[in-house]
Design a protein around this ligand. Structure first.
Ligand code: PGA
Length: 250
C-alpha cells in the first residue's frame, strides 16, 4: 500500500563545515520531528557524517548519491550495501548538481537499479533547465524519466520516489519557486509518463516530491495545491527553526 505520510527530504549538500554543527542540527531536527505527525523526514548529510548518524533513533537518513555496484576497484565510491549496513534507508540519485558534473541518464539508471536491488528507497531527481512557451520541457522530462528508469522492474516501484526539481527554481528566492498550479500540472504529466512506462496502478505508487527554493512560506501551498506527496529541501533544511516550520506545514 502507498505510504500516505508526507515525505520531507533534507538535502544538506556539502554542508555544514564541522561535526559540531552537524550534531547541533540533527539534535534540533530530532526535537522538531517529535512535534509533528504524519510526516516522514529523511536527512541526507554528506557521506562522512552519514556514518556517524544513520541507524540511531527514529529519524531516517539518506545518502546524496550511491554507486551502481557493490564492491570492486572504484576509488572514492560508496556502494549500496555499505549504506544499508549502516542503517541508511534512502539514496538521492541524479541530483542536478551531479548531472552538471557529467552524470547522464545512463549512469543514473544504473545507480537507481543498484540502490533498489539493495533495498534502499531511491529518490530520483529530474527537472528541466528552462521552460519555454513551446512546451519542449515536457518531452525533455518524459525522456529523462524513461531513460533514468531504464531496466527498473515494476516490483520496485514501492521503493521509488521522484523528486521534481526544475533547475530554474533551485537556489533562488522563494518568490522564484514553482507555483502550486504549475506543479500540479507537472505532477500529472510525471504520473502519466510513469503509467506509460509501467501501468496506472504502478504510477500511483510512486510519491512525487517538489524541490527548488522551498521555505516555510511556500511549503503549505505547494503541498496542498501542487498534487505532490512532499518536498525536497536544500538550504532551508540546515536552519532547524525554518525546517521545523516546514515539517509543521505538512
Ligand atoms: P534549494 O535546493 O532548496 O536550496 O533550492 C534544493 C535542491 O537542490 O535539492
Amino acid at each position: 500500500m502507498r505510504n500516505t505520510k508526507k515525505i520531507v527530504v533534507a538535502n544538506w549538500k556539502m554542508n555544514p563545515a564541522t561535526l559540531a554543527e552537524v550534531r547541533a542540527i540533527v539534535a534540533g531536527v530530532r526535537r522538531q520531528i517529535k512535534k509533528v505527525r504524519g510526516v516522514e523526514a529523511v536527512v541526507c548529510p554528506p557521506f562522512v557524517y552519514l556514518a556517524l548518524l544513520a541507524g540511531k533513533g527514529a529519524l531516517k537518513f539518506g545518502a546524496q548519491d550511491v554507486f551502481w555496484q557493490n564492491g570492486g576497484s572504484f576509488t572514492g565510491e560508496i556502494s549500496p550495501e555499505m549504506l544499508t549496513s549502516l542503517g541508511v534507508s534512502h539514496a538521492i540519485v541524479g541530483h542536478s548538481e551531479r548531472r552538471a558534473q557529467g552524470e547522464g541518464d545512463e549512469i543514473v539508471a544504473r545507480k537507481i537499479g543498484a540502490a533498489l536491488r539493495e533495498g534502499l528507497t531511491a529518490i530520483l531527481c529530474i527537472g528541466e533547465k528552462e521552460r519555454k512557451e513551446d512546451g519542449a520541457y515536457l518531452e525533455f522530462l518524459r525522456v529523462q524519466i524513461k531513460n533514468s528508469l531504464a531496466g527498473v522492474g515494476r516490483k520496485f516501484l514501492s521503493s521509488l520516489v521522484i523528486a521534481y526539481e526544475p533547475l530554474w527554481a533551485i537556489g533562488k528566492s522563494f518568490h522564484d519557486a514553482m507555483k502550486p498550479h504549475e506543479m500540479e500540472v507537472t505532477a500529472i504529466f510525471i504520473r502519466k509518463t510513469l503509467a506509460e512506462l509501467f501501468d496506472k496502478e504502478g504510477a500511483f505508487r510512486v510519491p512525487i516530491l517538489y524541490g527548488g527554493s522551498v521555505n516555510f512560506e511556500n511549503a503549505t501551498a505547494l503541498v496542498s495545491g501542487g498534487g505532490i506527496d512532499g518536498l525536497l529541501i536544500g538550504r532551508e533544511s540546515l536552519d532547524v527553526e525554518h525546517f521545523g516550520k516546514i515539517l509543521n506545514a505538512m
